[in-house]
Write a protein that binds this ligand. Sequence first.
Ligand SMILES: C[S@@+](CC[C@H](N)C(=O)[O-])C[C@H]1O[C@@H](n2cnc3c(N)ncnc32)[C@H](O)[C@@H]1O
Length: 121
Amino acid sequence: MTGKPSFWARRVLPVLVEKGCRSRVILQERLRWIPRAHGDVVELGVGTGLNLAFYDANRVSRVTGVDPSPPLLAQAGVRAARAPVEVELVEAPAEQLPFDAEAFERARWASSGACSGRAAS
Ligand SMILES: C[S@@+](CC[C@H](N)C(=O)[O-])C[C@H]1O[C@@H](n2cnc3c(N)ncnc32)[C@H](O)[C@@H]1O
């Protein structure tokens, strides 16, 4: 992202993502899918990092969390520090990954379209 993020991006979006993605239904999906990920994982649209606590350290060697929003990544950084696995956060849109996506294994979207994680399966 170039320039200073807008008021919307800094103050409104993080609140919306936190509130909108913490429903019981979404939590159930996180608990169902995220522990199944394994290997070197790329999570596209990592947001505030709400999935990070649910990766299984016995299965996942590292998570690369990608998101174009610096304010969301700042919140994800707090969760990354507490995560059970090594996490690298990358500021980028999924369409312009600054690394070789082929380095990751087969991938799938790990949760709903609204709250999407992409993980090696
Ligand atoms: C509804 S939030 C879900 C966040 C997180 N996956 C979760 O489950 O809590 C959608 C996320 O997708 C991100 N996003 C939007 N466009 C994107 C793009 N082109 N590439 C990667 N992420 C994108 C947003 O910044 C936001 O963090």
